[in-house]
Design a protein around this ligand. Structure first.
Ligand code: PRP
Ligand code: URA
Length: 214
């Protein structure tokens, strides 16, 4: 699948393993999600356009590259995508931020869009959609369709863990969108959770599991 880029960097792999571990608590989990987002973002942004400008160093005049074009837009899918936002803003401190609220029905696993607010001039920006989990693919497919319907043209997506089922569905629905994934896992279970996965990303980031021990 030519529009899917899986990460193989050992630092990313190591941090994803820590993330999966059920003994990793909320504080550590949040930090890891942010760090992984930054490492993945570094890869995903490798083709950012630059232009040359004239500057003076303390030694001499020189012509050097800076980023070109409108500021990119980072779009976290609520809730869990918010965990990746800090890592992306560490790379792109001037990026615009939009929000897309998606929730997955626990029984049917169908996504529902409940919020969408995008930065202006979205058609001229590189858009990076972030969500740690790609399970059936429904949420990301609908989020990207919504962004396209609102004028978004140049779109990349970043997911930390993906199921093969979701990757296939997404690439069929949006073959023009590059998808960066930290790991492609074995399969989905009957509840459409990724195996081995990491459980519910939103609950682990925000500390909202149904049965909390503390
Ligand atoms: C999770 C995750 C994705 C979605 C993936 O969100 O963050 O958005 O599920 O599943 P899919 O590929 O089958 O659509 P969830 O709906 O649990 O919402 P939350 O982030 O608010 O917990
Ligand atoms: N959403 C999650 O947070 N985890 C999964 O495994 C599937 C969907």
């Amino acid at each position: 699948m030519s529009n899917v880029i899986e990460m193989h960097h050992p630092l990313i792999k190591h941090k994803i393993t820590m993330l999966r571990d059920e003994t990793t608590g909320t504080n550590e989990f949040r930090k890891l999600v942010e760090e992984i987002a930054m490492l993945m973002g570094y890869e995903a942004l490798a083709d950012l356009k630059t232009k040359n400008i004239a500057i003076k160093t303390p030694i001499e005049a020189t012509v050097q590259p800076i980023l070109d074009g409108r500021k990119p837009a980072v779009l976290p899918i609520l809730r869990a995508g918010l965990g990746m936002l800090g890592g992306m803003l560490a790379l792109l401190p001037n990026a615009k931020v939009g929000h897309i609220g998606m929730s997955r029905d626990e029984r049917t696993h169908q996504p529902k869009t409940y919020y969408c607010k995008l930065p202006p001039y979205i058609e001229d920006r590189l858009i990076i959609v972030v969500d740690p989990m790609l399970a059936t693919g429904g949420s990301l497919i609908d989020a990207v369709s919504e962004i396209k319907a609102r004028g978004g043209k140049t779109i990349k997506c970043m997911c930390i863990i993906a199921a093969p089922e979701g990757v296939e569905a997404f690439t069929k629905a949006h073959p023009d969108v590059l998808l960066y994934v930290g790991a492609i896992d074995r399969c989905l279970n009957a509840d459409a959770y990724i195996c081995p996965g990491l459980g519910d990303a939103g609950d682990r980031i925000f500390g909202t599991p149904e049965r909390d021990l503390i």
